[in-house]
Write a protein that binds this ligand. Sequence first.
Ligand code: HH2
Length: 387
Amino acid sequence: MRVTALAGEVPAALAGALAARGLDPVRAEALAAGGAQVALLLEPLDEADAMPLVREAAAAGVDCHTGEGWAVVVGTLARLGGLARGGGPSRMPERLSAVLGRFLSDRQERPEAWRTACRSIPLERSCLVGILNVTPDSFSDGGRHFAPGDALAGALAMREAGAAILDVGGESTRPGASGPDEAEELRRVVPVVRALAGEVGLPVSVDTRRSRVAQAALAAGAEIVNDVSGLAHDARMLDLVKDTGAGVVIMHMRGEPATMDEHATYADVATEVATELAERRDRALDAGIAREAIVLDPGLGFAKRPEHNFAVLDRLASVTALGHPVMVGPSRKRFLGAATGRPVDQRGAATAAACVAARIRGARLFRVHDVAAVREALMVADAMLEA
Ligand code: HH2
């Protein structure tokens, strides 16, 4: 007899091995998915819930570690499902069952498309979002697309290179930036959105924190709102997104771009980012925004030091587990310079590497400046994941 390791972290490895040995492929996949090992942090946990949880977990064959105000449960998906359903000797408190059950069912969602105001964008493969900053002061492409003619030419080149979405922004959100006033942001963004929506034929997203700018851009043909404040900056944004049926990117940030570096303190960055994003997502769902319209983004470079960005990338599963497509925007950012020592205009290879790492960890959308180079890197990652 020989012993061969199956690539444990890849469910397809187990499913493939079982199917190759004659098991029905659908059953093989279900077995592999159910057998995947999952660790979940439950926090804050009422003291009164801790004992019944520990007993129920033991009965369900799930490991459970508890401390003051928290618990971690570790087990296969199948067993965690059993724990959520309860029925053991000391009965799971109902609210715990409900929260755990909802989380596990969200986690099972494998969103393969993104619904915008105009269409459904397929996400089976990597989806490239080309950045068009109509600003004089963006950290890497400031001034390049400031004139509407330059923006259109840039957009056509990105389409040619394989961009599936164009993201137009009129405010630089680099650390310490002080943005334009609303009238100026409108003047920058709206004519460009109108020209791109009319002439390029790709879905247009507007990168703004202001509902009036978003509203004008949507009226000019945009179909997605990319809000780096996670819909928290402008109270009218939630209703606008709901009423227009726009697609929406809810991004993680703390504070404002001008002050965000002061908030870059985390004890456990990946779980904190995921928890804060989940809260923003819940506000959006409570306001009536459709689940299929929501994409989540961990906000690389926003209120995060270099080591935080790398930890978030590595532990992206905390965000993908929320059951929405995930976007990342590492393009040319400072943390890539910290790892490579390269200045901002020489971070193309680092950007492609970060995108590939994020793709392997489950991201589907990639907001980048250099579409052609990143696309090729992601084609390799897609081919590997499809194998
Ligand atoms: N990053 C920037 C701006 N908008 N939106 C999303 N969803 N994710 C991001 O990571 C993200 C974003 C900042 O980068 P950039 O637009 O290149 O620079 P600037 O803000 O200086 O215009």
